[in-house]
Ligand binder design. Structure first.
Ligand code: C2E
Ligand code: CA
Ligand code: CA
Ligand code: CA
Length: 287
């Protein structure tokens, strides 16, 4: 038993070492990865729950690593945040995504069932405190000729908890220009609901955990009440509600009945290449 335990310990140790080495390797490879163009973006549609039309997409970054294959953002965003590379990487994601939105809008031509497609881009807390955020965003929108109201920046609830005015100022400037600010992963951060009034946000993105609790039928009555309460509060503050992680038609229907406005999830489409989004929107517009 003793030697078996010893082996297990050695194995666990080796795994921890391997993870640390990978983490170290990934961290040092990040800057060159950006230079070499190893990052790419997948787009996941945002669908109007009322009529099922595609309204836009969220940009989700991936890394095509030469040895490890495709890595999801959870593997490298924290490392990029730690080293500061998130600022140039985030700027790259923003520019690519806004360019993509312009391309979709050009391709849409006159066929717009539900208006021109919009683009959602995630902002890390480090980008929020970076002094260049507003100017970089303005520059990108001007360079690409995309209207500010085509863009939604997603900021996590936890990044804004206890945010002082200095942190909110750049978001306010962007909101005044017409950029939408969405509060991402809402409901996980225990923020004071009354605090919402202070934040320059126009969209609440309800965390996936709420959607998951709509999986059972009938859904947990307490969860139903909570979502109902959040939706009615959001609407009374003129905020739209987006739900993420919708995997089944039953969830979509339940969330539609609860008054949520927009949905995102595998039920509609997994994140995919930009052509895919355009096809979905076009099919949608032409019937
Ligand atoms: P997020 O912003 O909450 O994005 C939603 C995540 O849920 C995405 O994971 C998406 O692929 C996944 N998802 C979508 N629909 C479903 C569904 O129906 N079921 C389930 N189980 N999952 C679903 P992904 O792409 O791995 O991204 C993870 C996180 O990485 C994102 O969470 C976001 O916080 C971060 N991230 C992604 N791209 C960027 C970026 O460009 N910049 C920054 N700062 N963070 C990013
Ligand atoms: Ca997001
Ligand atoms: Ca989210
Ligand atoms: Ca999340």
């Amino acid at each position: 038993a003793k030697s078996a335990g010893g082996n297990r310990f050695e194995l666990a140790d080796a795994e921890a070492d391997a993870r640390a080495i990978t983490r170290h390797g990934l961290t040092t490879a990040l800057p060159t990865a950006l230079e070499r163009g190893e990052f790419f973006i997948e787009y996941q549609p945002l669908v109007h729950l009322g009529d099922g039309s595609v309204r836009g997409a969220e940009a989700l970054v991936r890394w095509l690593h030469p040895q490890h294959g495709v890595l999801g953002p959870d593997r490298f965003i924290p490392l990029a945040e730690h080293t500061g590379l998130i600022v140039p990487l985030g700027r790259w994601v923003l520019e690519q995504s806004v360019r993509q939105a312009r391309e979709w809008r050009e391709l849409q031509g006159g066929v717009e069932a539900a208006g021109p497609l919009r683009i959602n881009v995630n902002l890390s807390p480090c980008q929020l405190t970076h002094p260049g955020l507003v100017q970089d965003t303005v520059d990108i929108l001007e360079r690409t000729g995309v209207a500010p109201d085509a863009l939604c920046l997603e900021v996590t609830e936890s990044a804004l908890i206890g945010a002082d005015d200095d942190l909110l100022k750049p978001l306010r400037r962007l909101a005044e220009m017409g950029v939408d600010i969405a509060l991402d992963d809402f409901g996980t951060g225990y923020s004071n609901l009354a605090n919402l009034r202070r934040l320059p946000v126009s969209i609440l993105k309800l965390d996936r955990s709420f959607t998951q609790s709509m999986q059972q039928f009938p859904a947990d009555p307490v969860d139903l009440k909570i979502v109902e309460g959040i939706v009615s509060l959001a609407h009374s503050l003129d905020l739209a509600v987006t739900v993420e992680g919708v995997e089944t038609g039953a969830q979509a229907e339940q969330l539609r009945i609860l008054g949520c406005d927009t949905a995102q999830g595998w039920y509609y489409a997994r994140p995919g290449p930009p052509e895919r989004l355009h096809q979905l929107a076009l099919v949608d517009a032409t019937g």
